[in-house]
Ligand binder design. Structure first.
Ligand SMILES: *Cc1c(COP(=O)(O)O)cnc(C)c1O
Length: 444
């Protein structure tokens, strides 16, 4: 298999080349802000699981301890007089989250878990009426999203089997064509209530054409929600400008905020005062000015804040603050630029080794040793590459992990690698490539 023309001459297969890129990397200081686990040989692993659980920022420890101290010393008074009072704690998320979501501060909020937020926003925005009942998702949607939409359909007395439309790739393909998605939306237009896709698909790493899909779904009269679990902190988002109705995300993947960290949600400004929408209410969504008057009638806050229910879990929110400070310090634009290059280097290694394998007589004519499912166009993907291997994918995955290259395996045969620009280096990708070469018995 020939190397993609755009990649052919950009990269080289030896360590000094990768180290030179690292020295020139304007973001190289970011890596020092994270704990990197040690591998079997005692050296830092090549951590390619940032799409699953981001690494711990070093500053998290001290930040949590400050809040533990406040709790110990001031107890309930910490709501008002702590070093960072809990009563207003969630408000500090609005600006930095807005920068990552491509939103206005009034449009975003940190709360709950992703799937919880999906349910809360579908309660408001999935309003099946007449024939307009259907929900479009990807066939390879994350299971939780499939369960959520099916259970929402049932809540409305609808049969998920006829209510949920799953977008399938063309035969023999793994990712979706934008034109096919748009055609499905047009074809089912009058029946569509909601189009709800993963902005970056968790399995294939495909970044959908969010502006085109949002516009087509709106033309068809549907509401558009985006699951940004694999997109936020990975690719620059423009949720406001593309006119999405709502979006949700979690914070433990590319936002590095730890297991079960407080998640996020976006509600477009045009719905900020849609107080007539049904919603599941709780005191934290009540208008701030009168929240503590403790009256019996709910009067929602303007904007995304109005979808909050309970007071936020401070200890799962603190790491998000630390992490968002890092995003602000290094900037999503610069991170994206590095991300494109890191992932291109990983792709280069795979194509380079496939080329080597094809040159060796034994395997000529066979399928490539490694197939990349993810689109090769950088504007159609984030940092992740999803791979399948011709032979024994589990052994391939085990070999990478045994060599200190941490990546994950998704049934039935997909190995996902996610070079993350905050803490992965070009030398990490060199080690990844070298490990691949060893496993495939090829000369790097
Ligand atoms: C990770 C992920 C989830 C996980 O949801 P939680 O409610 O945070 O456990 C849901 N959907 C997608 C697309 C994901 O990638």
């Amino acid at each position: 298999m020939p190397l993609t023309a755009a990649l052919r001459n950009q990269f080289e297969a030896h360590a000094p080349f990768a180290l030179t890129l690292d020295v020139a990397d304007p973001l190289r200081a970011a890596r020092d802000e994270f704990f990197i686990p040690s591998g079997p040989d005692g050296h830092p692993v090549v951590y390619l699981c940032g799409n699953s659980l981001g690494l711990q920022p070093r500053a998290v420890h001290a930040a949590i301890h400050k809040h533990l101290d406040d709790w110990a010393r001031l107890a309930v008074e910490s709501h008002f007089h702590g070093h960072d009072p809990w009563k207003l704690y969630h408000k500090a998320f609005a600006e930095p989250l807005a920068r990552l979501a491509g939103a206005k501060p009034v449009e975003v909020v940190a709360m709950n878990g992703l799937t919880v937020n999906l349910h809360l926003l579908m309660t408001s925005f999935y309003r099946p009426t007449g024939r307009r009942t259907k929900i479009v998702i990807e066939d390879t949607a994350f299971p939780s999203d499939s369960y959520a939409v099916a259970s929402q359909a049932r809540l409305h007395g609808l049969d998920p089997a006829t209510t949920i439309l799953r977008l399938k790739p063309r035969p023999g393909e793994h990712t979706l064509h934008t034109e096919d998605i748009l055609a499905t939306i047009r074809e089912h237009g009058p029946d569509l209530a909601l189009v709800m896709l993963g902005a970056v698909n968790y399995l294939t790493g495909q970044w959908f054409d969010m502006p085109a899909i949002t516009a087509a779904a709106h033309d068809a009269g549907a509401i558009v929600g985006w699951d940004c679990a694999h997109a936020i902190g990975n690719v620059p988002l423009k949720l406001h400008d593309i006119n999405a109705d709502f979006a949700v995300w979690c914070s433990y993947k590319y936002l590095n905020s730890g297991p079960g960290a407080i998640a996020g949600a976006f509600v477009h400004e045009r719905h900020a005062r849609s107080f007539e929408l049904p919603r599941l209410a709780g005191w934290w969504g009540h208008d701030e000015a009168t929240r503590f008057k403790m009256g019996p009638d709910f009067s929602p806050s303007i904007g995304a804040d109005g979808w909050q229910i309970a007071n936020p879990p401070i200890f799962s929110a603190v790491p998000l603050r630390v992490s968002l400070d890092l995003f602000d310090r290094f900037g999503i634009a610069a991170l994206r630029e590095k991300s494109i290059k890191l992932t291109a280097y990983a792709q280069w290694w795979i194509e380079h080794l496939n080329h080597r394998a094809a040159q060796s007589a034994a395997s000529s004519g066979g399928p490539p040793a490694i197939t990349i499912l993810t689109p090769s166009d950088p504007s159609r993907r984030g940092c992740q590459l999803s791979l399948t291997v011709a032979q024994d994918p589990r052994a391939f995955h085990s070999a990478l992990n045994a060599a200190g290259v941490m990546c994950d395996f998704r049934e039935p045969n997909v190995v996902r690698i996610a070079p993350t620009p905050l803490y992965n280096s070009y030398h990490d990708i060199y080690r990844f490539g070298h490990t691949l070469a060893n496993h495939l018995h090829l000369q790097p």
